[in-house]
Every structure is written in structure tokens, then in C-alpha cells.
Write a protein that binds this ligand. Structure first.
Ligand SMILES: *[C@@H]1O[C@H](CO)[C@@H](O)[C@H](O)[C@H]1NC(C)=O
Ligand SMILES: *[C@@H]1O[C@H](CO)[C@@H](O)[C@H](O)[C@H]1NC(C)=O
Ligand SMILES: *[C@@H]1O[C@H](CO)[C@@H](O)[C@H](O)[C@H]1NC(C)=O
Length: 427
């Protein structure tokens, strides 16, 4: 009897704890840079704390920052050889500082190093020093997390920051398997799960969001759980080269334009067993979807044939686009210009991700519109790289333990958008 009260109190505390600890969602705001079309997030790091801007990279193995142009923090700790940080991060080697005349953050003796990547230039480098420091994540209306020792990578090679938008000093990696990628490292906190949702804004003036945690993922005015009506497909691993193992691939089985299958060489739709190419990758580092030349030509032809007959093709005013047309006779709908719908057919015929005009074309001038799918010009690329323009105002859910990716289709169908997540802003 004497234990009854304290025991029930303990149970209550435990239950409360479980209740409070589950289902938390962290909101990471994402802006679209107007000049580069890069998707940029912001966190705070170091002591004293300063805001840092990072390129969002789905296939990145870590959070890395540029340490070449000075990194000042009283709480920076390099990963000492054979320490828990080094083994936990799967560091590739251990050694002394050789890239700089003097020791500094990013270049210490007896510290461990890992690979990092810059997807904008397809550049990989194995000289990033493993380190940890204070990191603060999250904005309203979700939780804000202060992580006293978040593991990241610190680069002193000036090459790594090439093409990053103005003011951006590193990369926020959301890689699938790396223990130090943002979703995997954050999941060490019991409030979060290895699940996140990407909702990119199509506007350069209002922010989109990355939701981290199990959900629900709400947007407001009106309040809608955008994570409730989602089409899932399996997440495919590409194990052929360790440089791409962090990337997210899906199985596309066909592409339909205005309901008609386009003729495709199906071999291209699978990951090439002997090489790193083939298959379909999802990438936030490419502004438009990139198609293998043979897929591109079939796609373009089918799209032209499905356009209304009174639409005139025009010469492309911008080099990257291969198909442009007059928008004078194109009507507008709640999901953008009334152009042929594109269905990306996934693991079975009834599972398809529908792409409407708002995500398939761009208005490049008053009367000219271009197809926002472009032809691949490099070899050894995936056959399809689904890029930012196609992802905007759609919610994509990455469920790592469930090994699946979910698609919402355009949020415009629900009269909402990715920037409606902040319920503290009155509209
Ligand atoms: C780290 O471990 C490796 C073997 O795992 C060993 O060869 C090396 O001497 C160790 N380094 C330090 C600094 O302890
Ligand atoms: C760091 O290592 C280099 C090369 O091994 C050595 O020359 C240098 O003296 C070391 N610096 C310190 C401060 O230990
Ligand atoms: C299909 O693509 C594969 C991979 O590029 C190629 O080896 C094969 O020759 C292609 N088949 C046809 C019929 O074009």
C-alpha cells in the first residue's frame, strides 16, 4: 500500500513522457534562391551562435561547412582519431593536417576525415575533418532543438563551395544511410523518427519547409494534414558506387503524357548493375528534371503531340530548355497552365505521381512557356533525375525505416501550398 501512490505517480510521469516525446515535428524553413534556384535552409551553429545558410541536398552524407574562410567557435571539437565520433561517422582515414600551414578548424593533427560532396559540380572530396559543435535547428510552429555536440564535417578545400549561392557556406545532407546525415543523427533524440517530409515553395519570396519527425505535417488556413493522403513507393538503393549510396532512387516503370505511354527503352529505367548510372533519382540539387537523351526526345515528341493544335512552338529563349511554345492559347487552371498532364508510373500501373502544368512548364516571358524537363548532357548520370521544379508545392515523405517514399501530388489540388505551414503568421 505504501508504494501505491509513488508507483502511480511514476507511471503517470512515464506516460506523460511518452506522450510528450512522440509525434514531435521539427520545421526547417527552406528558401528558394532567386538567382540560382537553389533550395537553402538556415540553422545556427557555434559559440557564439551564428546563423549559417546551407544548400539542401537529399543525397548528402553529412552537414558540412566551409572552414577555409575562417571558422570561429569556442566549442569546436575535432574528431580525435579512433574516438566514438570517428567510428560513428564511418570516417575513411585518420591523420595530421597537411592542407594548411597552421592548425585550424578543418585541419588538425590526429583527427579523422570523411568524404563530402557538392552536387552542383558533382565533386567529391575525402578531406573533410569530422568535428562536433553546438547546432540549433527548427523554427515555429514546431520544436526548436539545441544540440550541444552535433557531428558535422569541416572543409578547408576552397573547391568545395563552388557554385553555392551567395551567402551559402555549406550543405545540409539528408542521406539515406549515413549515421551523421541530418535525419539519422536527429533521430538519436527520442522525440524524432527517421522520417521527414520535403515541401519546397515555388516562390522565392515565401518559404517552404522540411518537416522532420513522424508527423502529422500540418499546413494552415485551413488546417490540413498534408501527410494523410500519400501515395507510397519503395525506396531503391544504389549500391554500385559508395559515392551515390546516400541518394534516393525510385522505380519508375513508365511515363504517360495525356494518358498515353511514351515509348521508352525500359533498360534505362533500372539501375545499371555494373555501373552507377540508370534508374531514377530524386534530387533537390537540380532545378529541373533531367532526362536521358532517348527518354527526352520521346517525352518532347509526345508532349508536342498532346498540346492543343492552336499552340505555336517558338524558338527557346533560354539555352537550357529544349521546347518552348506560345502561351497565348493556353488556358489557366487551379493547377497551373492547361498543358498535357504527365504521369510518372511507379511500381504498378495504378500507382502514379501526376504532374500538372504548374510543375511541368515555366513561364519564361509574357507570351512564352517552356517545358521544365531538360535533356541530360553528361554521361554516367541516372536516366531520370527528378528536380526541384517538379517537387515544388508537392509533399514528399521519406520514410527511412519503412524504406519508402510518398508523393502527395500538387497541394494546389487541396487549395494550399508549402509556405502555409507557419500558423504563427497571420495572413
Ligand atoms: C587507431 O586504431 C587503429 C586500428 O584500428 C590503430 O592502428 C591506430 O594505431 C589507432 N590510432 C590511435 C591514435 O590510437
Ligand atoms: C602536426 O603534424 C605535423 C605533421 O605530422 C607536424 O609537423 C606538426 O608539428 C604537428 N603540429 C602540432 C602542433 O603538433
Ligand atoms: C537500351 O538501353 C541500354 C542501356 O543504355 C542499351 O544498352 C540498349 O542497347 C538499349 N536498347 C535499345 C533497343 O535501344
Amino acid at each position: 500500500m505504501t508504494f501505491k501512490f509513488p508507483l502511480s505517480m511514476l507511471l503517470l510521469v512515464l506516460l506523460l513522457n511518452i506522450f510528450l516525446c512522440s509525434g514531435e515535428v521539427l520545421y526547417l524553413p527552406v528558401t528558394k534562391d532567386a538567382s540560382t534556384l537553389q533550395y537553402i535552409t538556415q540553422v545556427s551553429q557555434r559559440t557564439p551562435l551564428i546563423p549559417i545558410k546551407l544548400l539542401v541536398h537529399l543525397g548528402g552524407r553529412s552537414l558540412w561547412v566551409d572552414c577555409d574562410k575562417g571558422f570561429k567557435s569556442s566549442t569546436y571539437k575535432p574528431g580525435v582519431c579512433n574516438s566514438t565520433q570517428c567510428t560513428y561517422s564511418n570516417s575513411n582515414y585518420c591523420g595530421d593536417c597537411i592542407l594548411k600551414p597552421k592548425l585550424q578548424p578543418g585541419c588538425n593533427n590526429n583527427s579523422c576525415y570523411i568524404w563530402g560532396e557538392n552536387p552542383l559540380i558533382d565533386w567529391f572530396d575525402d578531406s573533410a575533418e569530422i568535428a562536433d559543435d553546438v547546432l540549433v535547428f527548427g523554427s515555429t510552429p514546431g520544436v526548436r532543438v539545441t544540440w550541444p555536440r552535433f557531428i558535422f564535417a569541416c572543409f578547408v578545400s576552397p573547391n568545395m563551395v563552388r557554385l553555392l549561392a551567395n551567402g551559402v557556406t555549406g550543405i545540409a545532407g539528408f542521406g539515406r544511410e549515413s549515421p551523421i546525415s541530418i535525419p539519422n543523427q536527429l533521430a538519436l533524440d527520442p522525440r524524432f523518427t527517421k522520417k521527414f517530409g520535403i515541401c519546397l515553395s515555388s516562390s522565392t519570396t515565401s518559404r517552404g519547409v522540411i518537416f522532420i519527425g513522424s508527423g502529422p505535417y500540418y499546413v494552415y488556413n485551413p488546417k490540413i494534414d498534408i501527410s494523410s493522403n500519400i501515395l507510397y513507393t519503395k525506396l531503391i538503393a544504389n549500391k554500385n558506387a559508395f559515392l551515390v549510396t546516400q541518394e534516393y532512387y525510385i522505380q519508375v516503370s513508365s511515363i504517360k503524357i495525356a494518358g498515353q505511354d511514351i515509348p521508352l527503352n525500359k533498360t534505362l529505367l533500372s539501375i545499371n548493375k555494373k555501373d552507377i548510372d540508370g534508374g531514377t533519382r530524386i534530387s533537390t540539387a537540380s532545378p529541373y528534371t533531367i532526362l536521358h537523351p532517348s527518354i527526352y526526345y520521346a517525352f518532347k515528341t509526345a508532349f508536342i503531340n498532346a498540346l492543343p493544335k492552336n499552340v505555336a512552338l517558338v524558338e527557346s529563349p533560354m539555352k537550357q530548355f529544349g521546347l518552348c511554345f506560345s502561351s497565348k492559347n493556353i488556358k489557366s487552371t487551379n493547377v497551373g497552365p492547361a498543358v498535357p498532364v504527365i504521369d510518372i508510373v511507379l511500381h504498378k500501373p495504378s500507382a502514379f505521381w501526376r504532374i500538372y502544368g504548374t510543375n511541368s512548364v515555366v513561364q519564361v516571358s509574357k507570351d512564352v512557356m517552356c517545358l521544365a524537363f531538360v535533356k541530360q548532357d553528361e554521361e554516367r548520370e541516372p536516366s531520370i533525375v527528378i528536380g526541384g521544379h517538379q517537387l515544388e508545392e508537392n509533399l514528399l515523405i521519406f520514410d527511412l525505416p519503412g524504406k519508402k517514399i510518398g508523393f502527395s501530388s500538387s497541394l494546389k489540388l487541396q487549395q494550399t501550398s508549402c509556405s502555409q505551414y507557419d500558423n504563427t503568421i497571420l495572413r
